[in-house]
Design a protein around this ligand. Structure first.
Ligand code: GUN
Length: 295
């Protein structure tokens, strides 16, 4: 069994991005600039946005963090997005999700200039991805592809079972793992909360992507010997042995599944750091290209 070490792979990718940005600046190119919008004060969202901004500093990117109260109107948020769309200094825009219930995430995402959609959530980005055209890939699936690539894990002809169907992870992951590319070329099954015989489905997987958002959902009896296990879950559970009283676990019962797997991502330090790499690579790409939707 080999641990897929997201922190180590991310460090490697970040070092090369840092060099690329330094070279770009030395040639008089534009410094990549990421603008992040955080609405409200959800602690998990604060932590995610905080590490995105910190990574920008680390790599020599510019960043802007716009923080707003949870009771702003939808119209106000759309105006902020439009200001960033019109700001030539800004290359990439991300609006941290989830948003307060009175604001439609679809409407907000649809209003981001697709040329600045470094989260890869806009319908144009998702449509291009579906058609196999170059575009911004959603950061977490992109990060997982970078991880598989880094470890030279062969995927062609394998059976990949994705558990979860969110727009952010599960659905794009099924598309990316089935495309005619490397990584990709898998036979893909998507499972979700209404799937019957889920255990039997997952037992057939050579590659499992767990993105269902339930702590330790994938247990050892669901995993074939030698499977590759990618855990996207970040769930906070009670742990009285910790000072904080809680700890993070994934969607996979790591302790019992790891001995059966050939490769497995831990939580934390698995997929999480790779998501930020996906976002940073998208932002650098955005800085290098014109911001039209027809790129
Ligand atoms: N919330 C959970 N994951 C993400 C992500 O990748 N991007 C944004 N914007 N919000 C999220």
């Amino acid at each position: 069994m080999q641990i897929l070490d997201g922190t180590a792979v991310a460090a490697h990718i970040k070092a090369s991005l840092k060099q690329e940005v330094a070279d770009l600046k030395a040639k008089g190119g534009k410094t990549p600039h990421l603008a992040a919008i955080l609405v409200g004060n959800d602690p998990a969202s604060e932590a995610y946005v905080g590490s995105k901004v910190k990574t920008c500093e680390e790599l020599g990117f510019d960043s802007t963090l716009l923080r707003f109260d949870a009771n702003i109107t939808e119209k106000f948020l759309l105006d902020q997005v439009n200001k960033l769309n019109d700001d030539n200094k800004v290359d990439g825009i991300l609006v941290q999700l989830p948003l307060p219930k009175h604001i439609s995430p679809d409407l907000v995402i649809n209003n981001i200039n697709p040329g600045k959609d470094v989260d890869g959530f806009h319908p144009i980005s998702q449509g291009k991805m579906l058609l196999g055209q170059p575009t911004f890939l959603p950061a977490t699936p992109y990060g997982i592809l970078l991880m598989l690539e880094h470890y030279n894990i062969a995927t062609a002809g394998k059976h990949c079972v994705v558990i979860g169907r969110s727009n952010i992870v599960g659905t794009p992951m099924t598309v990316l793992m089935s495309r005619n590319a490397n990584p990709g070329n898998c036979t893909v099954t998507m499972c979700h909360s209404k799937t019957k015989n889920l255990k039997e489905m997952v037992l057939q997987a050579d590659i499992i992507v767990a993105a269902i958002g339930r702590p330790r959902f994938v247990t050892a009896d669901m995993v074939k010997e030698g499977a590759i296990v990618i855990d996207v879950g970040i769930n906070r559970v009670e742990d009285s042995t910790r000072k904080s009283g809680s700890r993070l676990v994934g969607d996979v019962d790591f302790d019992n599944v790891a001995p059966k797997s050939s490769y497995i991502t831990p939580v934390p330090k698995g997929v999480g750091p790779m998501t930020i790499c996906g976002l940073m690579k998208n932002t650098l790409l955005a800085a290098r290209q014109p911001k039209t939707i027809y790129n």
